[in-house]
Write a protein that binds this ligand. Structure first.
Ligand code: ADP
Length: 636
């Protein structure tokens, strides 16, 4: 039968991995055991309602055996098994997350890169220690089994075969030892025993192995009349792991290291979580939970592919791999496990949603998650920053969803980049350090902090010694609008007409000037041919000659946002642009003079000022060629 090739990206990763000098290659055992345990979880769940499985909870186990002569290590489970197609899909492509990220980030990765550590490639780790891997598997409900054989990156074959029962057997033919590498150690009882203890102790299913023991044998009496003593080796099947899941262990045993290890193995993550939460609840619902707040978003997090949810156990039996009903949508990044005695084992997935105990648990977990996030923000700002970098968008979208009903739940979790502090701060922090007399919390929305720093309005605000928050996510303006106020202090965009930087008298004077120069201002509007709704003097003591702002409900940032989204509504969502001129600036003096003497020239000045305002607002000139001509025309 012809060999099938691994998908190309898998092949490259596999090659790298097999040849990598990986210091923790021993984790292959943990990866395979964890897969076996998942497979048993799945069949055990089916067995709850399907008598055809013919196994009770006590019958499930994972067997490990080593054959020193053949140099093989075998793992067997009586879990759900795989069909030929599943083998093809699951074993023929490298863990999806790993491969994609790998391709994006490491096109020239060196050969000794710590790939497993970074990508958690699961099953493939078997090739770090094996020259050939043979997987025989029969899926539950299928009459036939299949054998998958591969010697590494050159491909694999799948052929049909027989097998008595559902389950999977993986035979690893260990690589030959070299001066540097001792693969034979994985055939030693002692090594296997300690690896299981170290990495897989909490696996709930028994991990059994035949262990060798010695016993005393009393033979026939010798001359002195005493029985002759000799020792004999015998083998005995032993369950190696203690089988107490991590979440059922006393808090004192849950070291950070153990929790991190669990997070990575259980959820195929590469990095330590930002925080782990252990919940042990009694009362309206009794349950234990281990929740994790990741420090990085999975590669598919912001796509449709990402499936949120917590792993749900009812009295130790896994009933759902991803129970989304346990998490509010805005906390869908939380990973974890929940185990409750208050859920019935044969609850259907459809009715789960309405289950009272489940709803109580979900409400509690939400509270715990929020409390932990706030604690992190306060006590471990760096970890919070990592979390926030990954999930700020989620929190913001969560806040905007549901007609803003989640606003007050999430507002304290949001942070914004402070121009003054050059780091993320909360609105509360901003408000606390406001100098006396500062009327508003200022924010500026735009593409980047660097671009916003150049905004004329930002310069006007910071010149007063006031801080500005730079909001650079495309939804930020909506978020700022929704938040509205921090305590009694209003949030105000620096693009607003009035930033409160001038006194009432000054404003009055500006209004009077506008009347004096009404004709010039109207002329500017007309020269711009419908591009702006009005021209006026800035109330904000700008040092730049001109700035762009908008009147009405639609701001420039919103216009940009809808334009980027495309769709039918986009062309209708237009900001009513207002050109703000600075009366004191020499540019206005020049404009005024031109208006009096040479209307053509004045019209050109108006256009240039408009274009400068566009640039200042981080927008492109409508017609760069025309702008070039205008400016060049001034010089000739
Ligand atoms: P992951 O476990 O992170 O999904 P793996 O590469 O370890 O990635 O495994 C890929 C898939 O192969 C698993 O998700 C599972 O569907 C299947 N699989 C692996 N080992 C077994 C097994 N012993 N029994 C049944 N299915 C398995």
């Amino acid at each position: 039968m012809p060999k099938k090739q691994f998908k190309s990206e898998s092949k490259r990763l596999l090659d790298l991995m097999i040849n990598s000098i990986y210091t923790h290659r021993e984790i292959f055992l943990r990866e395979l055991i964890s897969n076996a345990s998942d497979a048993i979880d799945k069949l055990c769940y089916i067995a709850l309602t399907d008598e055809g499985v013919g196994l009770s909870r006590d019958d499930f186990c994972i067997e490990i055996s080593a054959d020193k002569e053949k140099r093989t290590l075998t793992l067997r489970d009586n879990g759900i098994g795989m069909t030929a197609q599943e083998m093809e899909n699951n074993l023929g492509v490298i863990a999806k997350s790993g491969s994609l990220k790998f391709k994006q980030e490491h096109t020239d990765a060196p050969d000794d890169i710590d790939i497993i550590g970074q990508f958690g490639v699961g099953f493939y780790s078997a090739f770090m220690v094996s020259s050939r891997v043979t997987v025989t598997s029969r899926a539950y409900g299928e009459p036939r089994a299949n054998v998958w054989v591969s010697e590494g990156s050159d491909g694999y074959t799948i052929t049909e075969c027989g097998a008595e029962r559902a389950g999977t057997e993986i035979i690893l033919e260990l690589k030959p030892d070299t001066d540097d590498d001792n693969f034979s150690e994985y055939l030693e009882e002692y090594t296997l025993h300690s690896l299981v203890k170290k990495y897989s102790d909490y696996i709930r299913w028994p991990i059994v192995m035949d262990v060798t023991r010695s016993r005393k044998i009393e033979g026939a009496p010798d001359e002195s009349g005493k029985p002759a003593i000799s020792w004999e080796d015998y083998t005995e099947r032993e369950t190696i792991n203690s089988r107490v899941p991590l979440w059922q262990r006393p808090k004192s045993e849950l070291t950070e290291e153990r929790m991190n290890e669990f997070f990575k193995t259980e959820f195929g993550e590469d990095d330590d979580p930002a925080a782990a939460i252990r919940v042990d609840a009694e009362g309206a619902a009794s349950y234990r939970a281990l929740l994790f707040i990741p420090s990085k978003a999975p590669y598919d997090y912001y796509s449709r592919e990402y499936e949120p949810g917590l792993k749900l156990y009812a009295s130790g039996v896994m009933i759902m791999e991803k129970c989304a009903a346990l998490l509010p949508d805005y906390f869908r990044f939380v990973r974890g496990v929940v185990d409750s005695q208050d859920l019935s084992l044969n609850i259907s997935r459809e009715t789960l949603q309405q289950d009272r105990a489940l709803r109580v648990i979900a409400a509690n977990l939400e509270k715990k998650t929020k409390a932990e996030l706030l604690r992190l923000q306060e006590a471990e700002p760096e970890k919070y920053a990592a979390f926030y970098r990954a999930f700020a968008l989620q929190l913001k979208h969560g806040m905007l969803g549901g007609y803003g009903e989640n606003r007050d739940k999430l507002r304290d979790l949001l942070m914004f980049y402070s121009a003054g502090e050059e780091k993320l701060i909360t609105l509360e922090e901003y408000a606390k350090k406001m100098p006396q007399g500062q009327p508003y919390i200022y924010y500026a929305c735009g593409e980047s902090a660097a671009a916003l720093a150049k905004l004329p309005q930002c310069a006007a605000v910071t010149a007063r010694g006031y801080d500005v928050l730079y909001l650079t996510d495309d939804v930020d303006e909506f978020v700022a609008n929704l938040i509205g106020k921090q305590g009694e202090i209003e949030l105000r965009s620096v693009r607003a007409e009035d930033l409160g930087l001038t006194t009432a008298e000054e404003k009055k004077a500006i209004e009077q000037s506008e009347e004096v120069y009404r004709e010039v201002l109207d002329f500017v509007k007309e020269s711009l041919d419908g591009k702006i709704a009005a021209a006026r003097f800035s109330r904000n003591a700008l040092s730049a000659p001109a700035a762009l702002t908008a009147q009405g409900a639609v701001t420039l940032e919103m216009e940009k946002y809808f334009a980027a989204m495309g769709g039918d509504a986009a062309p209708r969502v237009k900001a009513e642009r207002v050109l703000e001129l600075s009366e004191a600036h020499p540019a206005f003096t020049a404009l005024r003079a031109a208006h009096a003497q040479d209307r053509d020239k004045a019209a050109r000045y108006a256009k240039i000022l408009y274009n400068l305002a566009l640039l200042g607002a981080g927008l492109s000139p409508d017609d760069p060629a025309a702008l070039t001509e205008l400016v060049a025309g001034l010089m000739s």
